[in-house]
Design a protein around this ligand. Structure first.
Ligand SMILES: O=C(O)[C@@H](CO)OP(=O)(O)O
Length: 201
């Protein structure tokens, strides 16, 4: 049986400031650093064969701290922009509450959580899935099929795209899917890569 742990990075400086982030490469906040270390505590007892991350510092740093905290610093790590956060286009840098005041809560929820509506100049979740899922299939799933234990440190929306596929969620279900920062989500998968169970650690 394979095990796949999905870990959204710890709180970033722009999560703290409530700003749309996307591809802007912001650091973890002090609380985010602590969340990553706490995730490491929860991962003690796992022996990871390998780990994957985006090329953004908040995910890389979360991975580093979590692996260090779990006592495993010597495993192969592959970083790829395919796992980056959804690109938020013209919203990047704007305050989420001010944007909701300007455009309305409903519009902002559609930009943030819908499956196929693009925020202005940015990627929809569908666009994000179209780079995350081929990467998962070609670079990660082969190791799942071998029964490995794998850690993926990435982002709210790149992980929503992956969870949607793993759990076969509908567009309506994905609208309500939020992945918290720094909370390791464990999937157990059978020899065909089908999900047997999932739970937050
Ligand atoms: O700003 C972002 O890039 C993401 C993740 O923090 O925000 P949202 O909650 O809208 O997906």
């Amino acid at each position: 049986m394979a095990r796949l742990v999905l870990l959204r990075h710890g709180e970033s400086q722009w999560n703290l400031e409530n700003r749309f982030t996307g591809w802007v490469d912001v650091p973890l906040s002090p609380r985010g650093i602590q969340e990553a270390k706490n995730a490491g505590d929860k991962l003690r007892g796992f022996t990871f064969n390998r780990a994957f991350s985006s090329v953004l510092a908040r995910a890389n740093e979360t991975l580093r701290l979590a692996l260090e905290g779990s006592g495993q610093t010597n495993i192969p790590i592959e970083k790829d922009k395919a796992l980056n956060e959804r690109m938020y286009g013209e919203l990047q840098g704007l305050n989420k509450a001010e944007t909701a005041k300007k455009f309305g809560d409903d519009q902002v929820k559609i930009w943030r959580r819908s499956f196929d509506v693009r925020p202005p100049g940015g990627e929809s979740l569908k666009d994000t899935a179209e780079r995350v899922l081929p990467y998962y299939e070609s670079k990660i799933k082969p190791y799942v099929l071998k029964g490995e234990t794998i850690l993926i440190a990435a982002h709210g929306n790149s992980l929503r795209a992956l969870v949607m596929e793993l759990e076969q969620l509908s567009k309506e279900q994905v609208l309500e899917l939020n992945i918290p920062t720094g909370a390791p989500l464990l999937y157990e998968l059978d020899k065909n890569g089908k999900v047997l169970s999932h739970r937050y650690l």
